[in-house]
Each structure stands twice: as structure tokens, then as C-alpha cells.
Design a protein around this ligand. Structure first.
Ligand code: NDP
Length: 315
């Protein structure tokens, strides 16, 4: 019998006999993923109101990059109704998808795939950016509109956050990244995607240590977002100089784990509001869940109800 604790492989998928609607997260590595825990808790909670979800289950699959093109059609064939993609598949999957949402197109990556029987394949969506926006508002009381956003990183998570910050009319966007080339590629991609015209600055981690670097005027508010991998390990240094954390600034660190990151700790020491990435993880999951269950508006089980169930599983 299929088990949501197990790490499945492509060979397991080839031999898959479960016919009830299934869901999965695909990545490599994948054993650490908390998505099965979050989604199975949400299915269990939803079942009381929606008995037809009783047999819905969420699994994890370790899929290597070279297996992805074979795996995606096979998941469709085996009656999977929704998939989440994580490292390293969010961009690599795009050519195999039948359709992309405008949001995923702008971000240039998909983290959520929705079964589309009419198209005979997968539709790609991206819930990372909106998940981040909701998490920042809920935990820090920060709305992106009118806020100066300082984004540390230019990888996949940063792309989703940058596109959402611009789409929601942030006051300005400052990207700080180790590789300038990658930051420039991100700004170039955003410029081509008809985002609202906002000032976009690029700095290296060394440049923001210069005395002349200023986030915004003292009466304005700013949000510093860590979307680098620094913070994942307990002994990682802060990706942002703690001395720049002052009144009017809030910090959102997309990393999460059993430890408090150096950035979040430094912010709290200075009385600066700070949150870790668990709320973003739960929000992006709740928004994916909302897509998959496709419940009509009049009888909805919206993401706002799913979020607390998922967030509880991460504490
Ligand atoms: P990517 O590999 O696409 O990007 C990694 C980023 O981190 C790049 O900007 C890279 O800089 C930077 N980086 C890596 N190592 C260092 C270092 N030693 N010093 C400075 N910068 C470094 O990864 P993702 O964008 O997918 O993920 C980034 C982070 O976001 C991860 O920590 C991940 O856990 C988190 N995340 C959280 C989510 C949530 O729901 N909470 C969802 C998705 C991601 P460079 O370009 O110079 O290499």
C-alpha cells in the first residue's frame, strides 16, 4: 500500500497501481520535504466538509533532472491530480508543460502543476510569490505596495519574490547578490515582462557595506528579504550586515529549520520585526491546495482555511 512517509522513485511510479487521486512533490534531494505532512493534514481536515477528498493522498518522489521528462507524463497517466516541484525542477519542467499561468510565465518557473484533462497534461503555476506576499503581511504586517524591498539573492525564490513585489507596486527593488551576472539576468527578465516601472538597483554583498549605501529615507519603510541559501545551516553567517537593521525595517528570511538564522536573530536583538520561511512554505502550499481541490466559490475551502492547518504541521 502507498505510504506518505516513504521516498518513492521513478521505478516505483512505473509500478504504481493506486487509482485514487494522488499528489506529490518532486525533487532531488526530497527526503527532508515537509510538503507531504502539510498536504495530508489539509486533506484530512478538508475531508469532514468534502467527503470526496477522503482518498486523496500526497507523496514524495526523488526524481533526478534526467528523469523529469519521462516522469511528468507518467504521473499524468497514473492519475496524479497535482504536483509540486522543488529544486532542481522548477525551471527545467517548463518545456514539458502544456500551459503556463501568466504568473509562472513572468517568474520563469513553476512550483505547482495542475492536471488538465482537456489539454492531456500539466498546467504550470507559481504560488511562491503570492505565498511570500501573504506571509510577509500576516507575520510582519508589511504590504509590498509602497514598501522599499531589499532582496538578497537572485535564484528561483528571489525571482518569484521580485516579480510579486513589482506586480504589487513596491516603492523600489534593490537586489543584492553574490553573482552580479545572475542579478542582471533577473532584472533583464523582469524588464521584459511589462512590470510596473520601478527603480531596480543591483548591489554586491560588499557594496552594501559601504557607508554610502542607504535603503530608504528614515521616514519610509523597508522590507529586507533573504532569498539566498545562507541561513539553511545553523552556522551560516547573516547575509545582511546587522548594523543596517534599524527602525522602519522588517526582515523576512525565506530559510527555515529547527534553528533561528543569524539574520533573524540579529534583527530581533535590535527590535526589528523578523519572520522565518515557514509561513511562506505554508502559504504557497495552501494556494496550491486551493488550485487542486478546485472547489466552487459558493462552497469553498479557501487557502485562508488551509493555511493554519499546514502551518501547525511546521511548528
Ligand atoms: P537557488 O539555488 O536558485 O538560488 C540560491 C541563491 O543563494 C542565489 O542567489 C545564490 O547566489 C545565493 N547563495 C548561495 N550560497 C551563497 C553564499 N554562500 N553566499 C551568498 N549567496 C549565496 O535557490 P532557491 O532560490 O530555490 O532557494 C533560495 C532559498 O530560498 C533557499 O534557502 C530555500 O530554502 C528558500 N526557499 C524557501 C521557500 C519557502 O517557501 N519558505 C520556497 C523556495 C525557496 P549566486 O547567484 O551568487 O550563486
Amino acid at each position: 500500500m502507498a505510504c506518505s512517509e516513504k521516498v518513492y522513485t521513478l521505478d516505483d511510479l512505473r509500478a504504481w497501481t493506486r487509482r485514487e487521486p494522488s499528489f506529490a512533490v518532486l525533487g532531488k534531494p526530497i527526503a527532508h520535504s515537509l510538503s507531504p505532512k502539510m498536504h495530508n493534514a489539509a486533506f484530512a481536515a478538508a475531508r469532514e466538509r468534502r467527503p470526496e477528498l477522503a482518498e486523496y493522498r500526497y507523496f514524495r518522489f526523488e526524481i533526478a533532472p534526467e528523469e523529469l521528462a519521462d516522469a511528468l507524463p507518467l504521473f499524468f497517466e497514473k492519475n496524479f491530480h497535482g504536483l509540486n516541484l522543488t529544486i532542481p525542477h522548477k525551471v527545467a519542467a517548463l518545456p514539458v508543460l502544456k500551459k503556463l499561468s501568466p504568473e509562472a510565465e513572468i517568474i520563469g518557473a513553476a512550483n505547482t502543476l495542475v492536471r488538465d484533462d482537456a489539454l492531456g497534461g500539466w498546467r504550470g503555476e507559481n504560488t511562491d510569490g503570492r505565498g511570500f506576499a501573504r506571509a510577509a503581511e500576516m507575520q510582519l504586517g508589511v504590504r509590498l505596495a509602497g514598501t522599499h524591498v531589499v532582496l538578497l539573492g537572485a535564484g528561483g525564490a528571489a525571482r518569484a519574490i521580485a516579480a510579486t513585489a513589482l506586480a504589487q507596486n513596491c516603492a523600489s527593488l534593490t537586489i543584492v547578490n553574490r553573482s552580479r551576472e545572475r542579478a542582471e539576468a533577473l532584472v533583464g527578465a523582469l524588464a521584459q515582462s511589462q512590470m510596473p516601472d520601478r527603480e531596480c538597483r543591483i548591489f554586491s554583498p560588499d557594496e552594501i557595506r559601504n557607508p554610502g549605501f542607504k535603503i530608504c529615507d528614515s521616514r519610509e519603510s523597508a522590507l529586507v528579504v533573504n532569498a539566498t541559501s545562507l541561513g539553511l545551516k545553523p552556522d551560516d553567517p547573516s547575509p545582511f550586515p546587522p548594523e543596517l537593521l534599524k527602525n522602519g525595517i522588517a526582515v523576512y528570511d525565506t530559510t527555515y529549520g529547527s534553528h533561528t538564522s543569524a539574520l533573524v536573530a540579529a534583527a530581533r536583538e535590535r527590535g526589528v520585526p523578523a519572520a522565518d520561511g515557514r509561513s511562506m512554505l505554508a502559504w504557497q502550499g495552501a494556494l496550491a491546495f486551493e488550485r487542486w481541490t478546485a472547489l466552487p466559490a459558493a462552497d469553498t475551502f479557501p487557502a485562508a482555511d488551509t493555511f493554519p492547518v499546514m502551518f501547525r504541521e511546521l511548528s
